[in-house]
Design a protein around this ligand. Structure first.
Ligand SMILES: *[C@@H]1O[C@H](CO)[C@@H](O)[C@H](O)[C@H]1NC(C)=O
Ligand SMILES: *[C@@H]1O[C@H](CO)[C@@H](O)[C@H](O)[C@H]1NC(C)=O
Length: 362
């Protein structure tokens, strides 16, 4: 009896091990921030696969090599609105779009929790895409942006550029100015000559920064070395979440599985202040795949002076003036800034007042 009991004891212990594995995660609080729910991820995979297949077959993306079918003309700009509250500036955007319906499309991803009703204006009507919940410090904003890209790729083969904006963004120029700047980008690398005419590949206007003191913490936000081997620290990039992608890059983003596998991992709770996945995924992916096809700067102006808790300066009605608009347009790159953020919703009226005389007059 005595000689047997250690065996029984260890046998029982062994038996309880799986139970322990099962119970411990339920008793201890999770060490990580929210992750992507599996059903959302499955839905996205199906959508992205459809968008990728449609783009490969249609040739509109021109992502592959070989014969490139001419995109249907005229090329359009897809405006991708990402919001978790409202679309207060819809009337201003409507003014911006007016008369250019042939050259643009609007797509809206609104967090279902916002219970947003579409603004009853022509460009936004019926432009909601199927959306899922989004939150800060989670990879959900990446998913939302990819959903918008996929929806716009599938919807219209004429979409040549994909501009991601939020509910706090405003246009700084007329539609004609924006369209012309993007479609005649002189910095774009030449792709081919046809009939003596030089054809250029569209560039993506996306910020890509490679040296920043915060980069190391951001890299380790999901744990030490967990980004390896797909993303070595030397290849990890930083940039504004608001970009304008050329079509072939939109296809590339929607097709990606390799980097997404890493970026979709939730951050550690202890790294909450370093968790901004959407500021890294797009610049890192594009810098790895096609650095010379990107400008490395954004055309969306943001004021980080005196920022609090990761939020940039938010403009209020008394600050709105023609001088502010002219100041916000100034950039250090070849191009004037085209959009700006962040503006509080009550800026709508003062902005509408200067829309015709200043913003859209260029
Ligand atoms: C940026 O924000 C600061 C306040 O945080 C303000 O004083 C400054 O005028 C703003 N700059 C521009 C160009 O609007
Ligand atoms: C342009 O560059 C200068 C010097 O780096 C910087 O101080 C300034 O803020 C930049 N302006 C804009 C509009 O980015």
């Amino acid at each position: 009896m005595l000689s047997k009991s250690p065996f029984i004891l260890s046998f029982l212990l062994l038996l309880s091990l799986p139970l322990l594995f099962f119970l411990v995660p339920r008793i201890l609080p999770p060490k990580t921030l929210p992750s992507i729910p599996d059903p959302d991820e499955m839905d996205d995979l199906a959508l992205f696969r459809r968008a990728t297949l449609a783009s490969d077959g249609g040739g509109g993306g021109g992502a592959g090599t070989g014969i490139r079918r001419r995109p249907p003309s005229p090329p359009k700009i897809a405006f991708l609105f990402l919001t978790d509250s409202d679309l207060s500036f819809a009337p201003l955007w409507e003014k911006f779009f007016k008369g250019h319906g042939r050259l643009m499309n609007v797509y809206v991803h609104a967090d279902p929790a916002a219970r947003l009703h579409l603004p009853p204006t022509p460009s936004f009507r019926g432009r909601f895409i199927p959306a899922k919940a989004t939150q800060r410090a989670a990879p959900t904003l990446i998913s939302a942006a990819r959903r918008l890209l996929a929806a716009a790729l599938l919807d219209d083969r004429a979409n040549a550029f994909f501009a991601l904006v939020s509910q706090h963004c405003i246009p700084l120029h007329s539609f004609r100015f924006v369209y012309h700047a993007l479609l005649t980008d002189a910095g774009a690398p030449p792709s081919s000559t046809s009939g003596g005419r030089l054809r250029r590949r569209h560039r993506s206007f996306i910020e890509i920064l490679s040296s920043d003191p915060i980069l190391r913490d951001r890299y380790n936000a999901r744990g030490r070395n967990v980004m390896l081997p797909e993303v070595p620290f030397e290849r990890f990039r930083l940039g504004s979440q608001f970009f304008i992608l050329a079509r072939r890059h939109a296809v590339l983003v929607v097709r990606d599985r390799r980097l997404w596998k890493k970026f979709r991992m939730p951050c550690l709770k202890s790294m909450k202040d370093s968790c901004y996945p959407e500021e890294h995924y797009f610049p890192t992916l594009l810098d790895m795949q096609d650095p010379s096809g990107c400008t490395h700067y954004t055309l969306t102006r943001v004021n980080w002076t005196g920022s609090v808790g990761g939020h940039p300066h938010t403009y209020r009605p008394p600050e709105i003036s023609g001088d502010l608009i002219r100041e916000l347009r100034k950039s250090n790159s070849t191009y004037s800034y085209l959009f700006a953020r962040k503006f509080s919703p009550d800026c709508l009226d003062p902005l509408l007042e200067i829309a015709d005389t200043i913003i859209f007059r260029d």
